[in-house]
Design a protein around this ligand. Sequence first.
Ligand code: DX5
Ligand code: ZN
Length: 220
Amino acid sequence: MAIIAPSLLSADFTKMGDEVREIQNAGAKVLHIDIMDGHFVPNLTFGYTMVKALRPLSSMVFDVHLMMTHPLSYIENFAKAGSDVITVHVECDDDLKACVDKIHECGIKAGLSVKPKTSPEALFPYLDTLDHILVMTVEPGFGGQSMMPECLDKIAVIKAACQARGLTVPVMIDGGVNAGNVGRAAQAGADMMVAGNAVFGAPDRAAALRALTEGAATAD
Ligand code: DX5
Ligand code: ZN
């Protein structure tokens, strides 16, 4: 059954601590945390001090998505701040093997992400080193965009490549997930799905999270 990971980007920034507690009480097991550097993407969010501040409030898996041109020198700080998983982009300018190795040296899980226009083959050289893969289903940078459904086709390509290598690497999708497309995404093979607006933007977050989880399960 696919796991829904609410994205902190769509939370109310005036009360982050309360938002994290609320979403955990609503049943979330994984919190997706988007870090944007204003260069890799045309937007800024927050840094590792936010991760550090929120860590004592929650036992959720902190899934940190680094949308940064140069993530390598920040990995250790994000790990020390309490990240459980760190994902960097294949399109970044740092050495990808060095990034993945650094994340593992910090004792946490490593992921690589592909933007919509990047071919999934870009991931292939690293598959045996990865704990998860993040397929962007919107151009990264902003919450609340519409899903690009054609990106879902990458999941099967990635899974076939993993299978050919005797690997099982979970695939997560990120961007535009909502109650109307969650079933299709699950059918396409997504093991985890980030949902920002569809959860934090809902009047009843617990109900929204439940509806997405059930919507994904109907495709099983
Ligand atoms: C987009 C971020 C996403 C974003 C998803 O650049 O990486 O994680 O928070 O938000 P929604 O679900 O609203 O598209
Ligand atoms: Zn993200």
